[in-house]
Design a protein around this ligand. Structure first.
Ligand SMILES: Nc1ncnc2c1ncn2[C@@H]1O[C@H](COP(=O)(O)OP(=O)(O)O)[C@@H](O)[C@H]1O
Ligand SMILES: [Mg+2]
Length: 339
């Protein structure tokens, strides 16, 4: 039997523990070789021992500062890069070491929406050709079927009537409209999972909420699971079911979006929230301004971890720190307090 049809028995379970997750990373680390001098090579550890699971039709927000490793986590979850260690699962199938030529099925089921809708779309291609291109690559030969699926994708991103948008060029469109085309390109393959990497950060503020609402609609309407990557923790609150906070290549806190934003436990999460000018108008007056992200101590583990924040050579684990078993914080050993 091929490994493709065999669910991996050790795949981590989904947050609710009932169903196996659609996407799971198990203790994944990623290192990049970099040139540090003319003849010298160094290694950047972009991701360090990250474990996470995303259920079907769930959105996990992955937040953190630039350089914290978010994009690398997204790419490794799509197996666009291979981890140095740890394992990657899609729908229970271990894809950690699967060669690219055996990943055709994953390339249909999992998609990415890029940050920059200006550079990610060929300006010389019409919208219809851009949206149909993935189907051409997949060998969908019937013109009628291609148009049918492209039309549905364009309608799902509110580029209606689809026939009118089909013949336009990206150069004649706004950033928000271009990003809708980028999303339609991802949707046309009917994926189960989309990595949306800072999908609204290069779009004018007025279109951002619209695009996030559109993605939210796809989550419920089409049952798509998302990894929503953002440096803007406030936007994750509106779009993500759960939030995972990333700091220097490690996850420091994971929990339901409301919990993480209203009752952040890790100092780094607190500083991310404090750096947001106005995370949520309803909470404007409850929030204490405690300074910028730079104030966060350079520690991965929570300062209340009884074995101290100084065991940098030991991997941090995500452990429950309160009575909520789904609200996890980086620590070396079992949580000390039943706070
Ligand atoms: N292809 C690469 N080669 C070398 N270093 C890289 C590469 N991609 C990312 N990095 C490094 O890995 C770290 C994490 O990067 P990234 O995942 O892009 O972070 P984020 O998306 O949170 O900004 C950074 O230090 C970055 O410079
Ligand atoms: Mg990035």
């Amino acid at each position: 039997m091929s490994s493709r049809t065999l669910p991996a028995p050790s795949a981590p379970v989904s947050p609710d523990g009932r169903e196996r997750p659609l996407v799971a990373l198990d203790d994944v680390s990623v290192a990049f070789q970099t040139r540090t001098g003319l003849f010298r090579m160094g290694e950047v550890r972009a991701v360090n021992g990250v474990s996470l699971a995303i259920a079907r039709a769930e959105t996990l927000g992955l937040v953190g500062e630039s350089g914290s490793g978010k994009t690398t986590v997204g790419r490794v979850s799509l197996r666009l890069i291979e981890p140095a260690s740890g394992r990657v699962f899609f729908d229970g199938i271990d894809i950690t070491k699967t060669p690219e030529h055996d990943l055709g099925w994953l390339r249909k089921r999992a998609q990415i929406v890029f940050q920059d809708p200006f550079s990610s779309l060929n300006p010389y291609m019409r919208v219809i050709d851009l949206v149909e291109e993935p189907l051409v690559i997949d060998g969908v030969h019937g013109k009628a079927e291609r148009w049918d699926r492209a039309r549905r994708a364009l309608e799902d991103v509110d580029l209606v009537p689809a026939g009118r948008w089909a013949t336009r060029y990206p150069t004649a469109m706004s950033g928000g409209q271009r990003q809708r085309v980028g999303i339609a390109r991802a949707l046309v393959r009917d994926p189960d999972y989309i990595v949306a990497d800072e999908p609204v950060s290069m779009i004018d503020a007025s279109s951002r909420i619209e695009i996030l609402q559109l993605l939210r609609g796809l989550q419920t309407g089409r049952g798509v699971a998302f990894l929503y990557i953002t440096h803007d923790i406030a936007s994750a609150r509106h779009f993500a079911d759960r939030i995972a906070v990333m700091y220097q290549g490690s996850l420091v806190e994971v929990g339901a979006s409301g919990q993480v934003i209203d009752q952040p436990l890790h100092p780094y999460t607190r500083s991310l929230i404090a750096a947001v000018p106005e995370p949520d108008p309803a909470n404007r007056f409850r929030r204490r301004a405690v300074g910028g992200v730079a104030q966060a101590a350079g520690e991965i583990v929570h300062p209340d971890c009884p074995h101290g924040p100084d065991r940098a050579n030991e991997p941090a684990l995500l452990l429950p720190f309160t009575s909520d078993p789904a609200h996890l914080v980086a620590c070396h050993v079992e949580a000390p307090h039943g706070r």
